[in-house]
Structure formats: C-alpha cells, structure tokens
Write a protein that binds this ligand. Structure first.
Ligand SMILES: [Zn+2]
Length: 156
C-alpha cells in the first residue's frame, strides 16, 4: 500500500473498522516514511459458490434454479409464494452452510429433497422424479417407500 504523499510502500494500520455495508473494511494508515495518515478501503471478496454437475462441468450457483424447480414441483398445490420463497431461503442457507467452495449438484438435490419432504409430499415426489430422472420404476418405488418410511417414523 503506497503512501499517497511520498509513495513509500511502508505504512502501518492504526485503525480498522467495517463500513456500514459490512462488506467493506476501512483502514486508517500512517506512513512510516513521512508520518502522514491516509485511508484505504478493502472490499471483502465474495467468492462465488460453484456447482459441480454430474458430468464434471461447473457453473455458478444460482438460487433461481432451485426456486424454479420448487415452483414447478408445487404447481397447482395450495402453497403460497411466500412459503416457497422461505423454503428456498432455507435451502440456500443449507447449501452455503456446507462451507464448500464447490458443491456437487447431487448434494444440492439431496438438500432440496430433504426440505421438501417435510414441506409438501406431492411437491417432493414431483421434484424427486424430475431431479433423479428415474431410470426405472424401481427407483421411483424406492423413493415412495422411503417417503412412507419417513412418515411412519413421524407417527411414532
Ligand atoms: Zn508517506
């Protein structure tokens, strides 16, 4: 960090504080050469979360993709947009809480299904059938059975 007065690179930080937006850090520095003070701003870089698709290609995580998938799954169900958005917020938090820089798309699908399971049964099955692109009826029945088991668990 060069001093704007004497261009010397040697300075020390005398004060640091986060700016109002929380993403910027303001630092007061004092030049070790001329003793003058100046201010620098550091912007916290938000690294994009990457999604690794099944074929290995990567794309930037887009919450809208999840939102659209959930909306489609909830088609003609008596579910308000408000509840859907709240659900997607929870899912996004789950995804970001993995604290990974790269998340497998399959992992995201699992997180969505985990939330949908307790949200709406029909939406869950719809999402699962599209998401997993059921290759055969067996896997679909497996999914139904899992759901059944899940419900039985809850009744205990
Ligand atoms: Zn200086």
């Amino acid at each position: 960090m060069k001093c704007p007065y004497c261009k010397q690179a040697d300075s020390r930080v005398i004060d640091s504080r986060a700016a109002e937006d929380g993403a910027t850090i303001r630092r007061r520095r004092e030049c070790n050469g001329c003793g003058k003070r100046f201010t620098t701003y550091e912007v916290v870089e938000k690294l994009p979360l990457m999604v690794v698709k099944n074929d290995g290609r990567r794309e930037v995580f887009k919450r809208d993709k999840i939102l659209n998938g959930v909306i489609r799954s909830c088609d003609k169900r008596d579910i308000s947009m408000e509840r859907i958005v709240a659900l997607v917020n929870e899912i996004e938090r789950d995804v970001r809480n993995t604290m990974e820089q790269e998340v497998k798309s399959s992992k995201i699908g699992e997180l969505v299904m985990e939330r949908l399971k307790d949200f709406d049964e029909v939406a869950y099955i719809r999402f699962a059938s599209v998401y997993r692109k059921f290759a055969d009826i067996t896997s679909f029945v497996d999914e139904l059975n899992k759901l059944q088991a899940h419900k039985t668990e809850e009744q205990k």
